[in-house]
Design a protein around this ligand. Structure first.
Ligand SMILES: O=c1ccn([C@@H]2O[C@H](COP(=O)(O)OP(=O)(O)O[C@H]3O[C@H](CO)[C@@H](O)[C@H](O)[C@H]3O)[C@@H](O)[C@H]2O)c(=O)[nH]1
Ligand SMILES: [Mn+2]
Length: 731
């Protein structure tokens, strides 16, 4: 089933694609499983007709939602594609001189959650791409409006002058200085020298942050002085003028070997608390405009500040697609998976997110292409301006992707215009955020923008090389993971409950299966309903000695067993064939349950409170800085609770109820010999207990700072008791 494109002979082949070998098996299994779901729903309907009661209605609803969500997942399994590129053949089709200009956007928002030295590392790693330097521009957007981030980049510009030629000369793969210089490569005096320079820079950058102000001793020129003077007392992250600072100007600034450098530009758009700034989406749009004025490269890479480049040839892979004239006109973007470094062996929080970042994009690649993942994405700039056949003209000609930016980026006129388009009220009465650029209206601007681009007719490709193209930080505390998932679910809900719902608008624009893939994320938070029901109801019923499942010897009992094992086995197989281990899979499914009873419920609540105007949290930036002790516990595979967050309450309450039900139920079944009626519920409670082992440990056995706060244990016990009391009245 191979489909190959680009290049007549295999010698010149630039890219190939083929169906995943599991396609046939996936389809057969989907049909079988669908029949089983219908049988289950039939069984529920029969039971409801016989004796309708609240318990069976709840379980019926739970199974309908589970069945629906399972069905959306199948869209990823119908036509997964494996693509391959051959960058070694690239220069036969596209000579280096003709490589397109590339603008790279790096977003950062908070120097205390996203240390400036890490932003520097990410910037340096991409500045050192194996790409014509005079064609590359790196723009750093600082939504934190922080003098420390600006200072860090000023230092980075100086360090780049030695780092870039060093990488080229040694031809190293890890061009992120922190990673390369802290690994045990063969050390030579040159490396040692660079390492000392790097350490000096790092200490300086970190010192300023600790000090709370950039020290005068590091401000060397009048020009630099003027920049830092802008941080007056009125200057806050939410209220400040635009700051654009060109730190390196390509071809004017040379590295120590006399070669060109890429442009390096710091941008902090204007902020005013009276104007919405649309979080990262707003930041990206400001960058799209500022870069249009300055360099207007047709190719744009968006990166989060923690996602450093792990492979200098990544743009070559992208060009393997763009050099193919047959696909380029409709190709909106190329998505690399988000991969992470520093994940512990057991991956206790399921941080690898194999499904969202690898399996599902491969599945969508069989249709219009993977969704936009927020980072590691190469866009054709044109894709931000209407669909392939319908160009949407921006309000000023300079912002058009067809405009040629040929003036020096430091010229007065260019800088003035760049400041103008970064104004906080610039977007008023324009199509930015609706028809042009990154779309507003969802906290998951990546999901929403990719979806809109696909609906406009753009295609995307998934590029998943063995060596990760980018590596980022992953949260190492449970609360950070839960909060991140909460934000994603709130973001998706914004799309679900809008006129763009994938099941209606999406189906009409994208066809059923592609829209159904988007529906999976859109309805994600609905999983909270069945997961919560299954986390509490069968257990409470068990405590009340009420049977809610068919007997295990009954044919319907077998149906339940098949449905449970079938879904779990397929999920496990998926995880393992994509490089996971059994242990990692187990932890991932545990997190699925934890997210279900926590993140998604709180996400739903946040969404509702936002619409009742009670308030909401907005884009809560994920922390990328950790204290030593937390990191140590994470590396030991210990769950980190620590903070007294209400998000832990449903998890801890479920843990208590499951344990009680399991112990009490087992004793009862053992003593009464009434195995058939209640065994399934004992099993479900036992499964819950197994999943909650780290919770018990954190509540009872641990004494370290990552344990479950006593306050949460007490509240959760009260909640569990209230549930128990309510159940004994109503069940
Ligand atoms: O007002 C803001 C808020 C965030 N960011 C940046 O957005 C990026 C992503 O934020 P992070 O807190 O790391 O989010 P994650 O939880 O890791 O984000 C995932 O989900 C986001 C959407 O919710 C996507 O934007 C991200 O690319 C994707 O990695 C970071 O570089 C931030 O600096 C801004 O520029 N401005
Ligand atoms: Mn992130």
């Amino acid at each position: 089933m191979e489909t190959s494109t680009a290049g007549a002979t295999s010698r010149d082949l630039l890219h190939t694609s083929q169906y995943h070998p599991h396609v046939l098996y996936n389809r057969v299994f989907a049909i079988t499983y669908t029949l089983a779901i219908f049988a289950l729903l039939y069984h529920h309907a029969l039971a409801l007709l016989h004796s309708p009661n609240a318990l069976s209605i709840c379980l019926f609803i739970a199974d309908i939602i589970l069945g629906f969500m399972w069905s959306t997942v199948q869209s990823f399994r119908m036509r997964p594609i494996i693509r391959q590129v051959f960058p070694e053949n690239l220069e036969k089709s596209l000579i280096r001189r003709d490589f397109p200009p590339l603008d790279i956007f790096i977003c950062t928002a908070d120097p205390y959650k996203e240390p400036p030295i890490n932003v520097v590392n990410t910037a340096l790693s991409v500045m050192a791409y194996d790409y014509p330097m005079e064609k590359m521009s790196v723009y750093v957007s600082d939504d934190g409006g922080s003098q420390f981030t600006l200072f860090a980049l000023m230092e980075a510009a100086k360090f780049a002058k030695v780092w870039l030629p060093f990488c080229r000369k040694k031809n190293i793969m890890e061009r992120c200085p922190e990673v390369y210089l802290s690994s045990n490569h063969l050390q030579c005096s040159e490396t040692e020298e660079i390492k000392v320079m790097y350490e000096i820079m790092k200490t300086r950058v970190e010192y300023q942050l600790k000090r709370g102000k950039v020290s005068d001793e590091y401000i060397f020129s009048e020009q630099e002085r003027r920049i830092f003077d802008k941080w007056s007392n009125e200057f806050t992250p939410r209220n400040h003028p635009t700051l654009i600072q060109v730190f390196l100007e390509s071809c004017k600034d040379k590295d120590v070997s006399g070669n060109c450098m890429p442009n390096l530009i710091y941008v902090s758009r204007e902020k005013n608390s009276l104007f919405p700034h649309h979080y990262k989406a707003g930041a990206l749009n400001a960058l799209l405009r500022v870069s249009a004025i300055m360099t207007n490269a047709p190719l744009v890479l968006t990166l989060d500040c923690d996602m450093y480049s792990n492979d200098p040839t990544t743009p070559h892979r992208v060009l393997c697609y763009l050099a193919d004239a047959s696909i380029k006109p409709e190709l909106g973007y190329i998505q690399f998976p988000q991969r992470f470094h520093g994940i512990n062996k057991a991956d206790i929080y399921g941080s690898e997110v194999i499904r969202m970042f690898i399996c599902n994009p491969m599945g969508m690649d069989g249709f219009a292409g993977p969704n936009y993942g927020g980072s590691g994405t190469f866009f054709q700039r044109r894709a931000f301006f209407g669909g392939p056949p319908t160009f949407f003209t921006p309000e000023i000609e300079h912002l058009s992707p067809y405009h040629i930016a040929d003036k020096p980026i430091t010229s007065e006129a260019i800088l003035q215009l760049a400041h103008l388009v970064a104004d906080c009220n610039y977007e008023n009465n324009t199509a930015w955020g609706t028809e042009i650029g990154v779309r507003y209206g969802s906290l998951s601007e990546d999901y929403y923008t990719g979806y809109q681009l696909h609906c406009n007719g753009w295609k995307s490709f998934f590029c998943h090389p063995d060596r990760p193209a980018f590596l980022g930080d992953t949260p190492i505390t449970l609360i950070d993971v839960l909060n991140q998932n909460k934000r994603w679910s709130v973001g998706a809900l914004g799309v679900t409950i809008s006129k763009y719902c994938p099941l209606t608008y999406g189906v009409s624009k994208l066809g059923f299966l592609m829209a159904y893939s988007y529906a999976y994320y859109a309805f994600w938070s609905s999983l909270s309903i069945p997961i919560t029901i299954y986390a509490f109801l069968p257990q409470l019923a068990l405590l009340a000695r009420v049977s809610v499942f068919p007997k295990v010897t009954d044919i319907w009992g077998w149906l339940y067993i098949f449905l449970f094992l079938g879904a779990y086995a397929q999920d496990c197989l998926d995880c393992i064939t994509h490089g996971g281990t059994l242990q990692r899979w187990w932890n991932e499914q545990r997190m699925w349950l934890a997210r279900g009873v926590s993140s998604y419920i709180f996400g739903l609540a946040e969404y509702i409170s936002k619409h009742l105007n009670i308030g909401m949290q907005g884009f809560n930036v994920t922390r990328k800085v950790f204290d030593e002790e937390q990191k140590k516990r994470y590396d030991q595979g210990k769950f980190e609770f620590g903070v007294p967050s209400p998000m832990f309450v449903p998890i801890a309450s479920a843990a208590i109820i499951n344990l009680l039900a399991f112990l009490d139920g087992s004793i009862h079944v053992w003593n009464s010999g009434n195995v058939e009626e209640l065994l399934a519920q004992v099993f479900v409670a036992g499964f819950g207990v197994l999943n909650c082992l780290p919770v018990y440990e954190a509540m009872v056995l641990r004494r370290d700072k990552g344990r479950m706060p006593i306050k949460i244990t007490v509240i959760s016990t009260l909640v569990a008791a209230a549930f128990y009391a309510a159940a004994s009245v109503f069940i």
